[in-house]
Design a protein around this ligand. Structure first.
Ligand SMILES: NC(=O)CC[C@H](N)C(=O)O
Length: 251
């Protein structure tokens, strides 16, 4: 295997809600099926590592308690994460992880958790006791790739001030109850509330993530250079959900 994708799954032991681990499994399968090596590392609280060595950093979702517990460790890594971003490490963030790249997160008990502050967005827990829960479909633009992304959301946090949303909500809540938009994407970081997990149901997004990450060490790589893979189960999973939500799949 000549090409290898170097991945760091941050806080793997505490940030893994609603099947987030499935994202790692999907990336691994889709790399190995293409004879691309998959070099997976984990980085927990207190573990020393240079995150800029990786092609991809993944951080999943978590309950408020877990988010609070990792914050001192995460904030200490701010400079190193900035270095990773500057050196084109691609970053995939789900839900709680996505919230922590913004200014702050006000948890359900009112406690304010400082975020890394890379982006102007911030997250407040809106209507007390109510959460955005259920299946969700968004219409997204990822560089040149236009797609419908499906998933499951479960968050109390209401994220506001998102300057570059990932997509327009077709069904579900998204960044907040009436936001109309979901997630964040600026070419370097993809943050989304979509659990479920995200990537098995959206193989085109999985390939997009692989492509963006491989680009760190292969700047000329194009999305179309990844050999096509077909798996009837991916498509069947999409169809079931989209049919239930009365949305046409144009992928
Ligand atoms: N699913 C999650 O990652 C939850 C994030 C956060 N604890 C919230 O409820 O908004």
């Amino acid at each position: 295997m000549e090409q290898v994708l170097k991945v760091c799954w941050m806080y793997h032991d505490i940030m893994d809600l609603y099947g987030d681990k499935g994202n790692i499994m999907t990336l691994k399968k889709r790399c190995l099926d293409r004879h691309i090596g998959f070099d997976l590392h984990t980085c927990g609280i207190g573990q020393k590592d240079d995150l800029s060595n990786y092609d991809l950093i993944f951080l999943g979702g978590g309950a408020d308690k877990e988010q609070i517990s990792l914050i001192p460790d995460l904030l200490q890594r701010k400079e190193n994460i900035q270095k990773a971003m500057d050196e084109h490490t691609f970053i995939l963030l789900i839900c709680g992880g996505y919230q922590l790249f913004g200014q702050y997160y006000i948890a359900a008990d009112g406690k304010k958790i400082a975020g890394l502050g890379f982006y102007p967005y911030y997250t407040d827990t809106g209507k007390m006791g109510s959460r955005c829960i259920g299946n969700i479909v968004i219409d997204a633009q990822l560089d040149e790739m236009h797609t419908k992304i499906i998933g499951f959301e479960n968050h109390g946090g209401q994220t506001l001030g998102v300057t570059k949303p990932l997509g327009k909500v077709l069904s579900g809540c998204g960044n907040a109850f009436d936001a109309g938009f979901e997630g964040f994407y600026d070419g370097k970081v993809l943050g989304t509330y979509l659990h479920g997990p995200l990537l098995p149901k959206n193989p085109d997004v999985a390939d997009f993530v692989i492509y963006k990450a491989l680009k760190k060490r292969n700047p000329d790589l194009q999305l179309k250079d990844l050999s096509p893979l077909t798996n009837p189960y991916d498509q069947a999973a999409r169809e079931v959900l989209l049919t239930r939500m009365h949305i046409e799949d144009d992928n």
